[in-house]
Design a protein around this ligand. Sequence first.
Ligand SMILES: *Cc1c(COP(=O)(O)O)cnc(C)c1O
Length: 397
Amino acid sequence: MELDKAILKSITEVIKKPYELGEIPLHEPFFESTNALKYVSECINSGFVSSIGKWGSLFEDKICDFTGAKNAILVTNGTVGLRLGLHLAGVKIDNEVLIPPISFVASANAVSHLGACPHFIDINEENLGMCPIALEKRLNEIAEIKNGVVINKITKKVIKAIMPVHIFGNPAEIIEIKKVSKKWNLPIVEDAAEALGSWKKDGDSFVHCGLFGEIGLISFNGNKIITCGGGGVLITNNQKLANEARHLSTTAKKKHKYMFDHDQIGWNDRMPSLNAALGLSQIEELENRISLKKKLYKKYQDAFSGIENVRLITSKKDSISNNWLISLEIIADDYEAEETSRKLLNKANDLGIHLRPLWKPLNKLSMYKNCQKGNLKKAEVVSKRIISLPSSPQLML
Ligand SMILES: *Cc1c(COP(=O)(O)O)cnc(C)c1O
């Protein structure tokens, strides 16, 4: 059998029952038999639908309990949270931020929203995250430290931060990346938008993604593992950064009974209570969702076990993935992989099974094509070989 047909056959085996009922989206939100309506209507009835009220802090407490973070600061969406996190890491106009070219466009946009420039570092094919070796190599090639500041010798611009991304919920090589960041004294802002429920071993214990750097961001967009409609949260163990994040996300207003006094140019980034109420009802379901996704992953793994030249993206033994988007790699030469992937995507989508390719590498988008970059060979190769599979946890209900 041709490879694309064999893959599609295996996918339909896994999703057979839900497919009988209709189209299969890539990743769908789920609210049935949750407290969603109860909490949201309670929130509406209280009148406190905007940025004050109890729902935000209740949701933040649950996020801290689950991730082990000392602080959680809710924001209106993930993009905004990354921008705020980068700002807190000291990123300013004309600085460069080292990011992987394989990510959702928001990672690069958040850098640009501060007037800074993405500088692309290659990934490793195993977990699709930033490659620590490529990172170190690029810094050694182009960077020097002058008066304690990292300067790109080519552009003369300041390199201010590193932003690794945990792609599809698979933890990146964050321990190794952190070692490089320490050598260069560069802060890390973690894009853990997709990684709620993903962990990496650090010494004897597992640490939640987003807590390895100065600050990390998790998104609650509609397609993520849990959703608030739209929203995000910054997590950090650094109390000072947490205080600043809270202050800047709420117009930098000084606490006072009735006075309007603001001591910085702040943002209006705080998640409204309505969204937080929905988020609280969702995080109550998180453990259950993670185990359903684990089950789905195993089913896909079994279904593909008979097909050579296909591999599921897996996390290493020292990592736990939330399996947000379960993805496969077609192992073939470039031409064949591209052809197989094209045929598979067309056929599946025509049948109402929403498979998706990897994002176009960010350095190929018109607005980022002139950005600084290292050798991006792996990103280039991998971008034609990866297919994301329908991954909603409710497929296993
Ligand atoms: C979803 C996502 C974001 C942005 O989050 P929004 O809440 O949609 O703004 C950023 N980075 C990655 C990797 C994402 O998947």
